[in-house]
Design a protein around this ligand. Structure first.
Ligand code: ADP
Ligand code: MG
Ligand code: MG
Length: 511
């Protein structure tokens, strides 16, 4: 790896200053909900039977350095990315042949597709969809291009894009630490005080949910309205979700309930016109009409244990509530779609983004991604992936979300040797992005880890769109960029997921 961009950063901490910084960080975090439930390995359930304890979320002590031009580019192209993915999710005709290639080799994709087909057969009764997206990037240096520093997209998330709650909090934490002089003054004049950026993801994402809630309209039966968060249970990252809920109820006066995925069929019903009704177990006599279903669960095959769970997902999809996201929007987030879009000289991008300069800006963020099928590009990728020397520049990804599913670098050839060739096309092969080296200190599970780190920038996007007839053009009603997330991991780890146990939440110090 290259030399750190600023070898002096972060500045050294004396023992006393480290203590001051850490005490303030720990207390501020709990006082402001920059927190998670502890892992069962740390607090056995018999010691915490009510699941009542909370601990500081994994965070960096300092904001990490991030090139300003890259940060601004990510923010400014987000509304175009929103447009792109809302158009893809509305274009069944385009999606169908791509998804069909995965059906026999990926049963999760197949089951999701079946949900869509079942609803399409009777007809969708809600033409609005909400996307709370997150486009993830790493900084990429290419001395042969101008400018030499740019962003490359890691992936585009269309379901359960997390950490919008905690990202607002961690940037506020770092600003607080700076304001109380917890950081030593930087020797480098290129890193002046005040270079940190606050992320407004909490208010901006909550306003997206509120916009969907409003767009749903009134209840024909004058029932009270609500938004449902479909959640995993237990959920360690609950406070991240709660921040959005509290914002929605305090600033927008919207009722929100958390419904564990497993409780869908017991606690909700469809009325004759497929209006979704929710009966809270604590208040079973009140029938709430659900305007918007926000999925923070349902993205991983482990959550579906048989027919009943698939019936629950179908039940939601058939309903008249606005889905965030719809099944087709979830499928649009498949890594396979990202690979198809990234195919050089493909006509796909211009189908969705006819404005050439918009399409070019998006295209610039694509890293090389190859199919693993029997096409010419696929055969080339198979060769690269099967040789341990060439494979060391790549990551192999299945169509999964939530971290911990990829195969990295030299592990790829062996994985392929143990996988039937007929299943190889369920993956895509992506060139590893190698961001510039830098250092930071991560505080996780009560321990400090100091060393080289890799940062991943996520830009949130809100999009509400209307798709009145299948195959018809979608009409965008709301579209905005919704703040950022910086996640930082040790440079020895390939994965970066905070919830999956590999990284920390961070904020940007623009340079
Ligand atoms: P998931 O949907 O499970 O989050 P990702 O595509 O984001 O899958 O991959 C998980 C992690 O793997 C990323 O957060 C990042 O740290 C690493 N990663 C994925 N693709 C690349 C890449 N092309 N270059 C470098 N790191 C990558
Ligand atoms: Mg990811
Ligand atoms: Mg993802």
């Amino acid at each position: 790896m290259a030399q750190p961009i600023y070898p002096e950063y972060p500045p050294e901490l004396s023992q006393a200053r480290r203590q001051y910084l850490l005490t303030n960080l720990k207390d501020w975090s709990i006082a402001h909900g920059l927190a998670v439930r502890p892992a069962p390995a740390f607090v056995p359930s018999e010691q915490d039977p009510e699941f009542a304890l909370a601990t500081t979320a994994p965070v960096t002590l300092f904001p990490s350095l991030f090139p300003k031009s890259c940060f601004e580019e990510g923010l400014s192209i987000q509304t175009t990315y929103n447009k792109l993915y809302s158009a893809i999710a509305s274009d069944e005709e385009w999606l169908k042949p791509i998804i069909e290639e995965l059906l026999d080799i990926d049963s999760f994709v197949e089951d999701l597709w079946k949900v869509h087909l079942a609803v399409a057969k009777d007809g969708y009764v809600q033409d609005l969809t909400l996307g709370l997206f997150r486009s993830d990037y790493m900084v990429h240096i290419d001395s042969s291009s101008s400018p030499a520093v740019g962003i490359k997209q890691v992936e585009f998330n269309t379901i359960a894009s997390s950490f919008g709650g905690l990202s607002s909090k961690v940037s506020a934490l770092h600003q607080h630490l700076e304001s109380i002089d917890a950081y030593p003054s930087h020797k480098d004049p290129l890193i002046p005080k005040g270079s940190g950026v606050q992320s407004s993801s909490v208010p901006l994402l909550a306003t997206g949910l509120a916009a969907a809630h409003m767009a749903y309209g009134n209840s024909k039966e004058s029932r009270p309205l609500c938004v449902l968060f479909i959640v995993q249970d237990p959920e360690r990252n609950v406070f991240d979700q709660r921040h959005l809920e509290y914002e929605l109820s305090s600033s927008h006066k919207v009722r929100v309930f958390r419904l564990p995925f497993r409780q869908i069929l017991t606690d909700t019903k469809l009325d004759t016109d497929r209006t979704l009704l929710y009966h809270a177990p604590h208040d079973p006599d009140t029938s709430f009409e659900v305007t918007t279903v926000y999925f923070r669960a349902g993205y991983s095959p482990d959550e579906y244990n048989g027919e009943e769970d698939w019936s629950a997902r179908l039940h939601m999809e058939r309903s008249r509530a606005i889905k965030c996201p719809s099944v087709l929007t979830q499928l649009a987030g498949c890594k396979k779609i990202q690979q198809v879009l990234a195919t050089p000289l493909s006509p796909h991008l211009t189908r969705f983004l006819p404005n050439r300069s918009e399409a070019e800006r998006i295209e610039k963020t694509f890293a090389p991604i190859y199919p693993m099928d029997l096409s010419e590009a696929g055969r080339e990728a198979r060769k690269l992936a099967s040789d341990s020397e060439s494979a060391s520049h790549y990551v192999l990804k299945p169509q999964r979300e939530g971290g911990g599913n990829n195969i990295y670098r030299k592990a790829i050839p062996e994985f392929l040797r143990n996988t039937p060739e007929s299943h190889w096309p369920a993956h895509i092969l992506m060139e590893m992005i190698e961001p510039p080296a830098q250092k930071n200190i991560i505080f996780r599970n009560g321990e400090l880890q100091k060393g080289g780190v890799i940062c991943e920038l996520g830009i949130y996007g809100v999009c509400l769109w209307k798709n009145s007839k299948p195959g018809g053009k979608s009409e965008i009603l709301e579209n905005w960029e919704a703040g950022y997330l910086l996640r930082t991991k040790g440079d020895q780890s390939e994965e970066g997921g905070v919830a999956a146990g590999f990284g920390a939440v961070d904020s940007c110090y623009l340079i």
